[in-house]
Design a protein around this ligand. Structure first.
Ligand SMILES: *Cc1c(COP(=O)(O)O)cnc(C)c1O
Length: 442
């Protein structure tokens, strides 16, 4: 098996994470269970942050909390001195409840509601990443009502779309996000916001994609943005204080994936950005990045209990676990691929090939196709690796399956940070038909 972070095998031959036996975790907290190796999260966070420091470049590394947001997770991010991206009132609320410094919160989203904007202004967050013309008007109006000024970045689409192994150059980007850099919309947005006392325009933002393994796409995007910055400096005397290059740094889900280390992404991008700034005789702005997946993805492992199996002669062996698309919708949503082992004996040789099925009433509820696996029996624990990003965050109650618990492990200790939902929780917001019938209250 491939060992992520602190994962290892103990004297019993069991998989351990953070020095904790995963079989004990499954017993103590039940399954399915998300286990986070928080030492690995800290290591990744420092990998990004320390590299900027070493290169002498002012920066903010903002965790894109949509990847996995919870009170404890945000507290961990605060401990590591990172900033935070939120994309909704709910994520903002979680951050504020976690005691996160509002000045280091950046608010994203292509359709922020008036209520969300008001909430963020009241909390005095650090920055709005403004996405469209409607938002410029809305934010301006609410700022005036509240006699506040908002620091903003303009989200632009530079015409670079990065995918895992390639990137696409488009004249005009067909995306729901941001102001197009090529067709003049970004410039119009700049004019509008520079003219408005409600705004302090800090600079530009772009986010070109996810699970990216090379720095070429980031550099191409930076180049497009820096060219415009040079142009706008002359035209509008606008000097960007901030250049935000987004997130999307790839991780290793399976042996086919070969990501760069955080330090390497940062080094390569910064070297190029510095050169481009020099070339255009611009002062180096603060560089912001927004890793989500690369901070939490491979730090998360899901533990399931092995249940039923089905053998279709000469076709396939199905092996079912006690979770599925309710706790990890990524395979069903975009054919995401994972690796897994029997946590009771991760070192044992794979003897068969099985396809891991969930327990939801959907044929598409499959977690892993064609997984080589060692000998196993019902009650064994299956550990699926790299489920730390967009796993819990996208978990749902399909089939009224309660969402699993989340534990953090570090230095031989485990701590429950999100409780498992109960059946009671599932009906908490349900109201009985009789209330409606009596006509007393809806
Ligand atoms: C989703 C997103 C990120 C994080 O992406 P990852 O692939 O998880 O690193 C960063 N910035 C923005 C604007 C995003 O939408």
């Amino acid at each position: 098996m491939h060992f992520y972070g602190t994962s290892s095998v103990n004297e019993k031959g069991h998989l351990t994470i953070g020095g904790v036996d995963t079989i004990d975790l499954a017993k103590d907290f039940g399954t399915p269970l998300y286990v986070y190796d928080i030492h690995l999260i800290r290591q990744r966070a420092r990998g990004f942050k320390d590299t900027f420091e070493r290169l002498g470049v002012s920066s903010q590394v903002a965790y894109a909390s949509k990847a996995f947001s919870s009170i404890a997770m945000i507290q961990l991010i605060e401990q590591e001195g990172l900033s935070l991206d939120v994309v909704s009132g709910g994520e903002l609320y979680t951050a504020l409840k976690a005691g996160f410094n509002p000045e280091k919160i950046h608010f994203h989203g292509n359709n922020k509601s008036p209520e969300e904007i008001a909430m963020a202004l009241d909390a005095d967050i650090g920055c709005f990443v403004v996405d469209n013309f409607y938002e410029i008007e809305l934010l301006s109006r609410i700022c005036k009502e509240k006699a506040k000024q908002a620091s903003i970045l303009l989200r632009v689409t530079p015409g670079i779309e990065a995918h895992t192994h390639d990137y696409i150059l488009t004249g005009q980007e067909d995306s729901k996000f941001g102001f197009d850099l090529q067709n003049g919309q970004a410039e119009e947005a700049l004019q509008k916001t520079l003219d408005d006392q409600s705004f302090k325009v800090l600079g530009l933002h772009c986010h070109i994609g996810s699970q990216i393994f090379e720095t070429t796409g980031f550099i191409m995007a930076a180049e497009k943005m820096i060219e415009k910055m040079a142009d706008w400096k002359v035209k509008y005397h606008f000097s960007a204080e901030v250049l935000n290059l987004g997130g999307g740094f790839g991780i290793r889900y399976t042996k086919e994936d070969e990501p760069l280390a955080p330090a390497k992404y940062v080094e390569d991008i910064i070297t190029e950005v510095k050169m481009l700034m020099d070339k255009h005789q611009l002062a180096m702005p603060e560089i912001w990045i927004e890793p989500g997946r690369s901070l939490t993805g491979d730090a998360g492992t899901t533990l399931y209990s092995v249940g039923s199996s089905k053998h279709v002669p000469e076709v396939r062996n199905y092996l079912a676990v006690d979770g599925g698309m309710s706790d990890n919708i990524r395979p069903a949503l975009y054919n995401a691929r994972y690796e897994a082992v029997i946590a009771n004996r991760p070192d044992a040789k794979a003897e068969t090939v099985v396809s891991i099925a969930g327990k939801c009433c959907e044929s598409g509820d499959m977690l892993i196709w064609d997984l080589p696996i060692s000998e196993h029996q019902p009650g064994d624990v299956l550990a699926v690796f790299c489920t730390g990003a967009y796993g819990y965050a996208m978990a749902n109650n399909y089939n009224r399956i309660p969402r699993p618990a989340v534990v953090f492990v570090e230095d031989g200790r485990a701590e429950l940070v999100i409780e498992r939902e109960s059946y009671e929780d599932l009906i908490k917001h349900d109201r009985s038909l009789s209330r409606f019938k009596e006509g007393s209250e809806r």
